[in-house]
Design a binder for this molecule. Structure first.
Ligand code: ARG
Ligand code: ZN
Length: 869
């Protein structure tokens, strides 16, 4: 495959240079002839000049790469080689009519496609991935989302090897062919951009069910898996039905085809893909039972099944005009997914989870060398912009609109957006305009969220005047410079807050201040006593907020605030303070945490979240905010010290909680409540292990060999690997023997070892790369081993630079197979400026070595040059 380009450097593609397509394609007929050594793709494209294009005489330029062109016909006439120009990226035909039929034949080699974009072999089956620019690897086509067409797809293959043949839409015809072959024809009645095209062929098991839409149409639901795994589809099928119902009830969105299919594949570059009527999933995001997957995996099934299903409206029915607008569909769909998961489980816990992920993953990205707004203004490789910023911060931006206009107003705006743009490609302006029009408000300034990168900072001060009972808040906003954006304009954002009395009672209820200026003063009248402000309730804007709280005030918030988010966040602030200062945990804080732990009315999952310290990444960012640099190993140790002290102080309560939950929890249950209980139980044990390793290790060893529940097994394997070397070695060996034939379970085994917070971890990871459970060709294996290692302070950030050299070396090797995956592991280097001087030098050295390579994909080259830039 032509995965690599050589220098000179790729130019930036810019949003400002968008031009409408020169040609449109009204209908597409595709014929896939699947053979052992190649797949021949024949297309018939009904093309027509776009009246909206200013380029009246421009030729027809089709994108295409990584395939062998066999023949080109225009209106039935075969073109000679001189009639068109073929490069490694495009096919240009000058002599085309304003309207006509272009027919093209080309050969794909799916078995050799290690990039996993376009048509590729995923273990025993063939499948496709087209977003963002994979369709051009299948056939020559104007591969851009503002070209929408109706598709009819015929697939021919050997019946024994590929008994199941799927594409988007409805099955309209199938039958036998000579030589043990068969065929199927699929038609999708909805126009779609080519990135939503999908095809699957293989020997697959299937589970089917039905869903009755609110208008009374029956929809066939099917989940396909590799042979032998259909018993792992239960969570996904339940989630799908819940998602379909929820989208009708919450947003009035009904499913539109007679059939909805999910296919689980074992080679996939990310989580899942919303192809019209035929979603394709990474099997790790959809398949599993309590004995084969962890609760964290299982929680993802509902989330991702919902996410991809919700795309049917926010993504498929209304799609993006161009790839700068990814957040138009992704930010909105992540928001919808979060609301769904909250409604199905606990809205408060879902919010805590969302914000902690945002802070851990998106804040660092927003402070790094490739910081970009949720709608980037330019890119080299679009695949590098499927980021936490576009997805998670994008969802926060949508949530702010809901906070500004209210839930009902948001629903009105969303209805208007779907009504105006159904069947079309839209922009972020279109979305915000629908929200503004439906609610008669001005969101002009709000659009800056789409254009400015960086995490804004709010500095808040207050004063109370007892005589006039007036409480004054001064709010200043600023936003740090990011690459290419030295100065920023102020943002329009909602600041939700409450005022607590000395015992934590709400004096005023929830208020929402609307910030617009760099510095604003708000006076709240009639406040009976000097309040403790509960600021940024529900995390109403994606910012960092500074307010000079005393510990005593934070303890009141932690114990009493009516806002669940701020209760949790008060604990996070105190944890961060004590972890970073090295001060002993004050008794009052320990007592407050004991109260949380013992609270009979609080959900176990919330208790676990409250007792969990901010992660290493967040603590590191807190150092940066104070102008210091990060020593990741030291941060890890600071965090451990707090855990150890806490576990020592709460030993009795932690053991009691552990034992009580362990005695009552059904190993087979993995609903939201059981997951919360299990997370608290295993947190107790992990904390206790810091204080009483000798007592905990044998308990953990018994769980690893005796438990049937995968979450428990992995949690305890983690504990052992973190402590007793002999017990760990035995447990790992036994685990490997039991699960040798199950790659997705062995991924956890790889991950546990790559996470070991110990200086010897690199040697172990090197050895594991040669283990039969590992393969550089499979993204899930690479994520389990290299991805986890890249987040390990003792691994990636080893003081001698060995971790940096190792990861850079993997990037180089992986780039030849799968550039998109390779670029992911180059990204941790984007933050080199945040670390201590020694590490900075070593990280730059690894980057320079990569930059000097002759042949590098655009994906990796973009990351490396921007990191050094
Ligand atoms: N649209 C997919 C989703 O639902 C993800 C596609 C990611 N594509 C990529 N090239 N990274 O989130
Ligand atoms: Zn998505």
């Amino acid at each position: 495959m032509d995965n690599t380009t050589t220098r000179p450097e790729q130019a930036e593609i810019r949003l400002a240079e968008y031009k409408p397509p020169v040609f449109l394609v009204d209908t597409v007929e595709l014929d896939f002839d699947i053979r052992d050594d190649r797949t021949r793709v024949s297309s018939r494209l009904a093309i027509r000049r776009n009246p909206e294009s200013a380029e009246r005489n421009a030729p027809l330029v089709l994108n295409g790469q990584g395939q062998k062109l066999v023949a080109v016909r225009v209106d039935g006439r075969e073109l000679a080689a001189g009639d068109y120009v073929l490069t490694d990226k495009t096919l240009t035909i000058r002599a085309v009519p304003d309207e006509g039929v272009v027919a093209i034949e080309s050969d794909n080699d799916p078995a050799a496609n290690t990039a996993l974009m376009g048509l590729y072999a995923a273990g025993p089956m063939l499948c496709t991935q087209c977003e963002a620019e994979g369709f051009r690897r299948i056939t020559y086509f104007p591969d851009r989302p503002d070209v929408q067409s109706r598709y009819r797809v015929a697939i021919h293959a050997d019946e024994d090897r590929y008994p199941v043949l799927l594409a988007n839409g409805n099955l309209v015809e199938n039958g036998k062919e000579a030589g043990g072959r068969h065929y199927a024809v699929w038609e999708d009645p909805f126009r779609k951009p080519c990135y939503l095209f999908a095809l699957v062929a293989g020997r697959l098991d299937k589970v089917a069910d039905r869903f009755l839409t609110r208008s009374g149409r029956e929809v066939l639901l099917e989940i396909y898996t590799e042979p032998g795994r259909s018993s792992e589809t239960g969570f996904a099928m339940a989630a799908l039905k819940k998602a379909m119902r929820w989208d009708e009830e919450r947003f009035g969105r009904e499913y539109d085809l007679d059939r909805f299919m999910i296919v689980a594949v074992s080679f996939f570059n990310f989580g899942a893909m919303e192809n019209k009527g035929l979603n394709i999933f990474n099997d790790a995001r959809v398949l599993g039972r309590a004995d084969t997957a962890t609760d964290a995996d299982i929680a993802f099934f509902e989330r991702v099944v919902g996410h991809e299903y919700f795309h049917n409206w926010s993504g498929d029915r209304v799609t993006c005009r161009d790839w700068f607008q990814i957040t138009l569909k992704e930010g909105l769909t992540v928001f919808r997914e979060q609301e769904f998961v909250g409604d199905m489980n606990s809205p408060a816990q879902e919010r805590l989870r969302t914000v902690s992920v945002l802070r851990r993953v998106q804040f660092p990205e927003d402070a790094g060398a490739m910081a970009h707004p949720i709608r980037p203004a330019s890119y080299q490789a679009v695949e590098n912009f499927y980021t936490a910023t576009v997805y998670s911060k994008g969802a926060e931006v949508i949530r702010m609109i809901q906070t500004l206009v209210g839930r009902e107003g948001f629903r009105k705006g969303l209805d208007l957006y779907f009504e105006r743009h159904d069947g079309h490609s839209a922009t972020c302006e279109d979305f915000v305009r629908a929200m503004a029009d439906a609610n008669a408000i001005d969101l002009g300034q709000f659009m800056r969220w789409y254009a400015q990168a960086g995490t804004p900072v709010l500095d808040v001060t207050s004063r109370y005047d007892a005589d006039s009972r007036a409480y004054t808040l001064e709010v200043e906003q600023r936003c740090p410079a990011t690459p290419g954006q030295d100065t920023k304009e102020p943002f329009h954002m909602p600041l939700r807050l409450g005022l607590l009395d000395a015992r934590g009672g709400d004096m005023k209820g929830d208020m929402v201040l609307k910030l617009r200026r760099p510095r604003e003063t708000f006076v709240i009248e009639d406040v009976p006593e000097k309040p403790i402000p509960s600021l940024l309730r529900d995390f109403s804007a994606p910012v960092r907020l500074n307010y000079d709280y005393t510990d005593a005030e934070l303890l009141v918030i932690l114990a009493h605030d009516s806002d669940g988010f701020n209760r949790w966040d008060a604990g996070q602030k105190l944890f961060a303070k004590y972890a970073l200062s090295g001060e002993a945990l004050p008794d009052a804080f320990v007592t407050a945490l004991r109260t949380v732990l013992m609270d009979k009315d609080l959900e176990a999952g919330t208790k676990a979240m409250t007792l969990t310290l901010p992660g290493e990444e967040e603590l590191g960012l807190a150092l940066i905010a104070r102008g210091e640099r990060i020593d990741p190993v030291a941060v890890c140790e600071k965090r451990r010290r707090v855990i150890k002290a806490l576990a020592g102080a709460l030993s009795g309560e932690l053991w009691a909680t552990y034992r009580e939950i362990a005695a009552g929890l059904d190993e087979e249950a993995s609903d939201g409540v059981a997951r919360g209980q299990r997370s608290l139980k295993n947190l107790c044990l992990a904390y206790l292990h810091r204080a009483e390793p000798g007592k905990v290790a044998p308990v953990a060893a018994r769980v690893v060999s005796g438990a049937r529940n995968m979450t428990d097994k992995i949690a305890c394997l983690d504990i052992l690997v973190d402590g007793d070397a002999a017990l760990a070695a035995r447990a790992l060996a036994e685990f490997a023997e039991t699960f040798a034939g199950q790659p997705s379970i062995m991924d956890k085994w790889l991950g546990v070892q790559a996470a070991e917070r110990h200086a010897g971890v690199l040697e172990k990871v090197r050895r594991l790369m040669a283990h039969k459970a590992f393969s550089l060709n499979n993204p899930n294996r690479v994520a389990a081993l290299v991805g986890v290692f890249a987040g390990n302070p003792f691994g990636f950030h080893a003081e001698d630079g060995s971790g940096y050299r190792f990861v850079a070396d993997v990037v180089e090797r992986l780039d030849r197979l799968n550039p998109q995956a390779a670029a992911r592991y180059a990204k941790p280097f984007l933050r080199w400026r945040d670390f201590d001087a020694g590490r900075q030098a070593l990280m730059q050295e690894a980057l320079r070595k990569l930059a000097a390579l002759e042949s590098l994909s655009i994906n990796v080259r973009e990351v490396v040059t921007k990191a050094l830039g």
